[in-house]
Design a protein around this ligand. Structure first.
Ligand code: ADP
Ligand code: MG
Length: 294
């Protein structure tokens, strides 16, 4: 079971002077259950790419298939596809519209044919998953803070029980605390529900510690598609694309250049700490004396 893109290109306003080749020959396979980060500079094509995954955009050329079937075949049920491949837009305002939070989150499941009562059950579960408090269920989605709106928008998609959840820059505009909370909840969702998660971001630090696979988009092409560790070893090329690797990558590479036997693929502070201590021990470094090596 997977989504597969073969030689997908997409051009906005073809044949006009505004023509933009947003995607160029994309080949991609997304098997079930992965936690994937899609990263790239603003304008690199991330949003265009993910809208191909649930058939909101039709490729200018190439094919998109879901579980082996071409999603643009004449009799393909794209509505059903969109309830299995849920997309949370970058701007939650685009998908909030009901008068109160609970009704808003019920909209998707009711659209799938559930009664209001059944839909409420799904909505409550979804809202709990994103840490939205019951006391605010009756509020208008439009009077909520940015972070709360985001949660409601995520819950609205989650309530439809998608097999694949795509989040377009879910942390944009949030403060660091709100950002970490939402990312932790998304990671938890992946663990508890076992669904595929595709997390779009322009911030490397955001996605690095969460995802198992990192797809880097640059000028409408896939520049790298690998584990975060492997991708970060290309930190110089990433910089040229306007992306930075995590700070740890820089520290470990600098230490190596200076002759320390550390692993340049370390990406967490914990790994780096252990590795640096090991290297210092091997070198019998005086830095370890005097109790600093705890
Ligand atoms: P990202 O999500 O990485 O910021 P987008 O997929 O939104 O990138 O945009 C890719 C390119 O397509 C950019 O050059 C952008 O200006 C252009 N683009 C995006 N949406 C539209 C649109 N609706 N009409 C015309 N051009 C667009
Ligand atoms: Mg975008």
């Amino acid at each position: 079971m997977s989504i597969e893109l073969k030689n997908v290109t997409y051009t906005y306003s073809p044949g006009t002077s505004y023509e933009i080749h947003a995607l160029k020959n994309i080949n991609l396979e997304i098997p079930d259950g992965q936690f994937i980060g899609v990263i790239g500079h603003t304008g690199s094509g991330k949003s265009t790419l993910i809208q191909h995954l649930n058939a909101l955009i039709k490729p200018s050329s190439g094919t998109v298939s879901y579980n082996g079937e071409d999603v643009w075949a004449d009799n393909y049920n794209r509505r059903e596809l969109r309830s299995q491949v849920g997309l949370v837009f970058q701007y939650p305002e685009h998908q909030l519209f009901e008068s109160d939070v609970l009704s808003d989150v019920c909209f998707g499941p009711m659209n799938q044919g559930l009664s209001r009562k059944e839909a409420e059950e799904e909505a409550r579960k979804a809202l709990a998953h994103v840490g939205f408090k019951e006391e605010n269920f009756g509020k208008s989605p439009f009077e909520l803070s940015g972070g709360q709106k985001k949660r409601v928008a995520i819950a609205g998609v989650l309530a439809m029980n998608p097999k694949i959840l795509i989040l377009d820059e879910p942390t944009a505009g949030l403060d660091p605390k709100g950002r970490d909370e939402i990312l932790d909840q998304i990671a938890e969702l992946h663990k508890v529900r076992g669904i595929t998660i595709i997390l779009v971001s322009h911030s490397m630090e955001d996605v690095a510690k969460y995802v198992e696979r990192l797809i880097v988009v640059n000028h409408g092409e896939i520049a790298f598609d690998d584990t975060p560790r492997k991708v970060f070893t290309h930190y110089k090329e990433l910089e040229a694309m306007g992306l930075a690797a995590p700070q740890i990558t820089y520290i470990m590479h600098t230490l190596r250049e200076k002759g320390f036997n550390v692993d340049p693929e370390d990406i967490t502070v914990e790994e780096a700490r252990n590795d640096i201590l090991k290297a210092l021990k091997e070198m019998n470094s005086p830095l370890l004396k005097g109790g600093s090596g705890k």
